[in-house]
Write a protein that binds this ligand. Structure first.
Ligand code: UDP
Length: 332
């Protein structure tokens, strides 16, 4: 009598490649690392066999492969991953700037999330918004919104009287507009985030911090301090001034019930599509709205994020992309 052997299907082996700037999850600033953390945890919880390449000190329930190099070096990431990748990988998901793994054109399906530059000659790019696709002239193509674990963000209905700017203190995130709005409205402004360009900071930001006692710069924040700042603010100012690919901090604030007044650049109108009244055409309009202080109900803001921008939804969408690539027969 022949016995029927049922071979259990092996879980798909997925390699997630994080940038090497910060550990995953980041202790302080780090939008890509935060998103990679959420996605990796979600995939591991769903039973995928996930390897995470990330900076030493990262923490994950997947199998961590820590980079050996110090500092940031895209080429070091590329050669390290190629050298150390486990056997039997079904898919690589590259989150590095410049998609260093995607450009290697390895014989393994490679999905590249385009977190920064909008143009990228890789085989399977995934943009972070419909807008990012449109900007490169592709109305067809893949985009997947970033998501957060909403439960990890405290909901606060009773706000304190301050505006919050949380992000890089640089021109592209519109820090000067936030300073203008604080000066014009006389409102208290708390600024949190890293300085990437000292020259810009010394010239454009520091003198204005010294001049306005209502503005405090608290440095780069993490942990409870970051969550309380997000949750307690009466409003977040997001005067982004570049082709914003997504803007993770907006959904983090909304999840806490904190409204976000934002400039209509990049993906902002799309991410805030449920609240067009929060999307501003100019810094003057933003100042007027911050002064008026009429915002949607905090619970509605949180529900909006819970319906559209969760880690689970992000993972669903990426898994659909992976399955699409797995369904294409590979040439033997
Ligand atoms: N952030 C942080 N500490 C800070 C400033 C920012 O942890 O002092 C986080 C913020 O909460 C968000 C990320 O850094 O998770 C920034 O991501 P976003 O997409 O908003 O900005 P970008 O990556 O374009 O700079």
């Amino acid at each position: 009598m022949s016995s029927l052997l049922v071979r259990p299907e092996m879980p798909k082996r997925i390699v997630q490649v994080a940038p090497d700037f910060y550990p995953v999850p980041p202790r302080l600033y780090g939008g890509i690392e935060r998103m990679v953390h959420g996605l990796t945890e979600e995939l591991a919880a769903r039973g995928f066999d996930v390897y995470l390449y990330a900076r030493a000190g990262s923490e994950t329930s997947a199998k961590l492969v820590p980079y050996e190099h110090e500092g940031s070096d895209p080429q070091a990431i590329a050669s390290f991953v190629e050298r150390t990748m486990p056997d039997g990988v079904d898919l690589i998901h590259d989150h590095t700037h410049h998609s260093v793994i995607g450009r290697k054109k390895l014989p393994i399906p490679t999905v590249c999330s385009i977190h920064d530059s909008l143009k990228n000659p890789v085989d399977h790019p995934v943009y972070l918004s419909r807008r990012a696709l449109a900007v490169i002239g592709r109305n067809e193509g893949r985009f997947v919104y970033n998501g957060i674990d909403v439960q990890a963000y405290p909901f606060q209905e009773n706000k304190q009287s301050y505006l919050l700017f949380m992000g890089v203190l640089n021109w592209h995130k519109g820090i000067v507009h936030a300073l203008d709005i604080a000066e014009k409205s006389g409102k208290r402004l708390i600024i949190a985030g890293p300085v990437f360009n000292n020259t810009y900071y010394e010239k454009e930001v520091a003198p204005r911090l010294a001049k306005n006692p209502n503005v405090s710069y608290v440095g780069e924040v993490g942990g409870e301090e970051r969550l309380s700042l997000l949750a307690d603010a009466e409003c977040m100012l997001f005067p982004t001034s570049w082709e914003e690919p997504f803007g993770l901090v907006m959904v983090e604030a909304l999840a806490c019930g904190t409204p976000v007044l934002a400039l209509a650049n990049g993906a902002v109108p799309e991410v805030l599509a449920g609240f067009p009244e929060l999307v501003c055409g100019s810094a003057e309009e933003m100042a007027a709205k911050a002064e008026a202080g009429c915002y949607p109900d905090p619970g509605t803001l949180r529900d909006y994020v819970a319906g559209q921008f969760t880690t689970a939804l992000m993972a669903d969408r990426y898994v659909s992309v992976y399955e699409e690539l797995w369904s294409v027969p590979t040439s033997a």
